[in-house]
Design a protein around this ligand. Structure first.
Ligand SMILES: Cc1cn([C@H]2C[C@H](O)[C@@H](COP(=O)(O)OP(=O)(O)O[C@H]3O[C@H](C)C(=O)[C@H](O)[C@H]3O)O2)c(=O)[nH]c1=O
Length: 184
């Protein structure tokens, strides 16, 4: 397993050891001992899964304390451009983002600690996104910022025209970053 630091402290890219043979492949998608050695020692309490068509954009979301969530995210089928935004007020990279392609081909995972907004843009039809979270869902604790906020200026790294994006009604009404009061 290879762990890669990102420019945002604590945000890590994980690439598992993939065992391939004439039947296909095998890899450990999670190992508490190895992940703890890499600095990911969350107590995961819930697994989530979403299915999205190309152009679906989910984000940018987080849950505020005491329901803050660490997220270990990956793609089972298809591909996404995954984004995390640092919203830790004391962080030197506050407001900065990091993006990475997660796909069924590259088997990459992203560890998103509490203190980040998270979201993704779906790059292929019938994409299955799955993730472990370190706290339960709490609707009242949901916070978020618009995917296209000018101050965040997120690079979505894809040539999907805005009119072809698929967003929830909720995500069309999220806060502007200039009005956002981070609880981290
Ligand atoms: C997140 C969540 C949602 N729900 C229910 C509530 C909603 O009526 C329905 C769809 O939820 P939502 O539209 O918030 O789903 P996403 O837009 O994929 O939300 C996720 O988007 C980005 C990628 C994130 O990082 C978060 O994990 C999460 O906010 O599922 C639950 O029952 N449990 C849950 O944990």
């Amino acid at each position: 397993m290879q762990i890669t630091q990102t420019p945002l402290a604590g945000l890590l890219v994980i690439e598992p050891k993939v065992w391939k043979d004439n039947r296909g492949y095998f890899y450990e998608s999670y190992n508490a001992k190895l992940f703890a050695e890499a600095g990911i020692s969350a107590n995961f309490v819930q697994d989530n899964q979403s299915f999205s068509q190309k152009g679906a954009l989910r984000g940018m979301h987080a849950q505020s304390p005491p329901f803050e969530q660490g997220k270990l995210v990956r793609v089972l089928q298809g591909a996404v451009w995954d984004i995390a935004v640092d919203i830790r007020k004391a962080s030197p990279t506050y407001g900065q983002h990091f993006g990475v392609e997660l796909s069924s081909e590259n088997h990459k995972q992203l560890w998103v600690p509490p203190g980040f907004l998270h979201g993704f843009l779906t790059l292929e039809d019938q994409t299955i996104f799955t993730y472990k979270v370190s706290n339960y869902y709490d609707k009242a604790s949901e916070i978020g910022v618009m995917w296209n906020d000018p101050d965040l200026n997120i690079n979505w790294n894809a040539s999907i025209p805005e009119q072809d994006l698929l967003l929830s009604d909720k995500d069309l009404l999220l806060s502007a970053f200039k009005d956002f009061k981070s609880p981290f």
